[in-house]
Ligand binder design. Structure first.
Ligand code: ADP
Ligand code: MG
Ligand code: MG
Ligand code: MG
Ligand code: MG
Ligand code: MG
Length: 689
């Protein structure tokens, strides 16, 4: 979420007249950025996380845990805090930033300034996250708590699930049967997004999650909580006319998806080529970490047979028309579009030799005119395709005051399209007039209930990006296999029960696991620690910080034969992906550990890193549960549960209390967290639930 512009947002009918204008000028803006910054070099590693919270309001008497809709007041209060900035996490800490999100019950926080490659920064991530949580927590009402839960179990249920209560009958933007207008951030951008997606699509969004078939779920399951015969909005009949499937949990509004919380990480690269390498490497990692962080098994009061949010959000902003979805022959629309604008990445982007053309094997449409324009301007094929693919989408929210922009100074039109292509990984060009370089954002992970876990996955991912660059790792598998992995990743208990397509040999040609050593950086690379063991004899010097600017492998001499792509990958268990499967594959943790070996870290710091990596390892070998599995077990062992997959208000209340108790370390859950986890916000104390 960037800054929220205040102005007059156009309806879909008005917006659509300006769609080509926004696209044309968006490309002009991108080309200005490209011309200025394509040769930008030497940006150091800076990186940061985004954590989203739900504010839960506890009614102890009624045993009801509801979503508090006080986002505006809470953000105003947090924004006014300028003192009390020392968290004791690191030598310096800046005031964290808090941002609004789609849900009026959501808050997002980021560190006040990005982390650097310093090991002390790496080890301050958890403290920084806890500090931010404590800050939010201490500025809420006494009955409220910030909870890092991916999906709120009671969202859209017939009872009272918001504080204060609002009825869905007034949902003028979404026309939902379940969600009131007031769950959405009141800033004009959000109701407009919601309404324009519905209008462009020509119907409400429709998501059907398979219900978890517990022993007392009637079959076929026809949801008695859907107001089948309501007649307020024209779309009310959609449910009974086929949009709501039997044996499924039906969701009909953007808020079900964009009301989810996640954990995102952004990394600055040395230059655009390095950003493209990191982008590509993280694409196959997206589904792997989605499965490992799975945390959303409950939807609209029911246990689902899936554990993750991804398909819900994809469906919740799916603005494609029937023609684009292939349900009708093309007549008004230009092309079929195979995916929602929120989905996994469609194309690899790197110009490296290792990126074989065969990997981009899905039918991903591009805007041909835009592609030609970019090529004519001198851009290479892959980057032109990437941008021309993003730009098949229409802008969803246009403000009448900002239709005309100075394309040399603004990137608003570009960002309008870019920031509403929500993919597992995002390639972020530098904003105009800023010191920020080329960045990559990793977006697939579900938020974890504790900051220990959030920090563990953040530390793992940043180290993995370093291992990719330092060792020139190759994770490429065809995009169609990544797509298949995305679907498998969301299935119930995927981390244990599923296999995933993964590359068998990830090391550069001629390397074996024990011989891994970082590619030396050339003296002119701009890296802060000149390394290079090539001429120094003896052991390579250890790095004092994580860095950027590792050179790519040179393209081998022409004529090197490569075998069929199909022989490069295999189906692996999560444990194999993380801890290795013989031969050329030491597992992602093996690679990360080999990278940590190149760093100059004390034993104490190494042990702390080791605790984070151990959580990731134990998730993958099944000795610790995912949050989704733990939550499902919690519900199924609750005394009030009737084995009908219904999560009642009472069960939800007890679950929310348990989540807070776990976070504070007063409720021990050895199946979920290591024995020595001792709590994040425990200093804050109980709110007396
Ligand atoms: P968005 O919502 O657009 O994805 P945010 O501004 O919420 O982005 O979060 C961006 C993250 O990137 C934050 O964690 C921030 O600390 C981090 N960050 C800021 N500047 C840089 C930079 N130059 N390089 C890498 N990360 C950065
Ligand atoms: Mg966010
Ligand atoms: Mg953000
Ligand atoms: Mg965001
Ligand atoms: Mg954003
Ligand atoms: Mg983000």
């Amino acid at each position: 979420m960037g800054l929220l512009y205040l102005g007059t947002a156009l309806t879909w009918e008005e917006s659509k007249k300006y769609a080509d204008h926004v696209r044309t000028h968006g490309i002009t803006q991108f080309l200005h950025t490209w011309d200025r910054l394509k040769d930008r070099q030497g940006d150091e590693l800076l990186w940061g996380d985004e954590i989203e919270y739900m504010v839960i309001s506890f009614d102890k008497e009624a045993k009801n845990a509801k979503l508090s809709l006080r986002q505006t007041e809470i953000l105003a209060k947090l924004g006014s805090i300028v003192s009390d900035i020392s968290a004791g996490c690191a030598d310096e800490i800046t005031v964290p930033t808090f941002h609004p999100e789609y849900g009026r019950f959501m808050i997002e926080s980021t560190p006040g300034s990005p982390y650097t490659g310093a090991i002390t920064d790496l080890l301050s991530v958890e403290c920084n996250m806890r500090y931010r949580r404590t800050l939010v927590r201490s500025h809420l009402h006494p009955t409220e708590l910030p909870i890092t839960l991916t999906s709120f179990p009671m969202l859209g249920t017939p009872g009272v699930f918001t504080e204060p209560y609002f009825a869905p009958a007034g949902a003028v933007s979404s026309h939902s049967l379940f969600l009131p207008e007031e769950v959405t951030n009141p800033h004009v951008r959000f109701p407009t997004l919601t309404a324009n997606i519905r209008t462009r699509r020509g119907s409400k969004v429709a998501i059907n999650l398979p219900i978890f078939v517990d022993t007392h779920v009637p079959r076929p399951f026809v949801d008695p909580t859907i107001p089948w015969d309501r007649a307020i909005f024209p779309e009310d009949a959609e449910a009974k006319n086929g949009a709501a499937l039997p044996d499924h949990i039906y969701l009909d509004a953007m808020g079900f998806g964009m009301g989810c919380c996640c954990l995102q990480l952004t990394f600055q690269a040395c230059n655009v080529a390095e950003a493209r390498r990191v982008y590509d490497a993280m694409i196959p990692i997206g589904p792997v970490l989605l499965a490992l962080t799975a945390a959303s098994p409950i939807w609209r009061g029911y246990l689902a047979d899936v554990d993750c949010r991804w398909n819900v959000i994809a469906g919740s902003v799916d603005d494609r028309t029937e023609e684009e979805r292939g349900l009708k022959p093309l007549h008004n629309d230009k092309r079929r579009v195979n995916k929602s604008r929120y989905d996994s990445v469609d194309m690899y982007l790197s110009t490296d030799w290792s990126n074989r053309p065969e990997y981009n094997d899905t039918d991903s449409p591009i805007d041909e005119d835009i592609y030609k324009r970019l090529r004519d301007a001198g851009l290479d094929d892959l980057l032109s395709k990437h941008v021309a693919h993003l730009f098949i989408r229409d802008p969803l929210v246009i403000f009448s005051e900002t239709i005309d922009q100075d394309d040399a100074a603004s990137s608003d039109h570009f960002e309008n399209i870019q920031s509403t292509n929500w993919q597992t990984v995002r390639f972020k060009p530098p904003p105009p007039n800023s010191p920020i370089g080329w960045r990559v954002e990793f977006r697939s992970m579900e938020v974890q209930m504790t900051d220990f876990e959030n920090a563990a996955f953040s530390v793992f991912v940043v180290l993995l990006t370093r291992a990719v660059l330092a060792f020139n790792l190759n994770f490429y598998v065809p995009i169609s296999k990544v797509d298949e992995n995305m679907q498998r990743a969301q299935l119930r208990d995927a981390a244990r029960a599923q296999k995933f397509f993964f590359r068998k040999d990830v090391l550069p040609p001629g390397h074996t696991a024990p011989s891994l050593s970082p590619t030396p950086s050339p003296p002119s690379s701009g890296a802060s620690t000149p390394d290079g063991c090539a001429d120094c004899g003896g052991a390579p010097r250890k790095e004092t910080k994580m860095r950027n600017c590792f050179p790519a492998l040179p393209r081998p001499a022409a004529g090197v034969a490569r075998g069929p792509v199909e022989e490069e990958y295999a189906e692996m268990t999560m444990e194999e992906i993380m801890t290795g499967k013989g031969g050329g594959f030491p597992g992602l943790l093996g690679l990360v550990n080999a990278y940590v070996d190149t760093l100059d870290v004390t034993e104490e710091k190494r042990a702390k890193i080791g605790k984070y990596l151990d959580l990731v390892k134990r998730r993958s070998d099944g000795s610790l549960q995912t949050p989704a599995t733990w939550m499902r077990d919690f519900v199924r062992s609750h005394p009030a549960y009737k084995f009908d997959s219904v999560v009642s208000q009472e069960i939800n209340y007890d679950l929310m209390v348990a989540v807070d108790d776990i976070e504070r370390g007063v409720r021990r859950e050895p199946t979920l967290l290591p024995e020595d986890y001792n709590g994040g916000a425990n200093d804050a104390g109980s709110i007396g639930l």
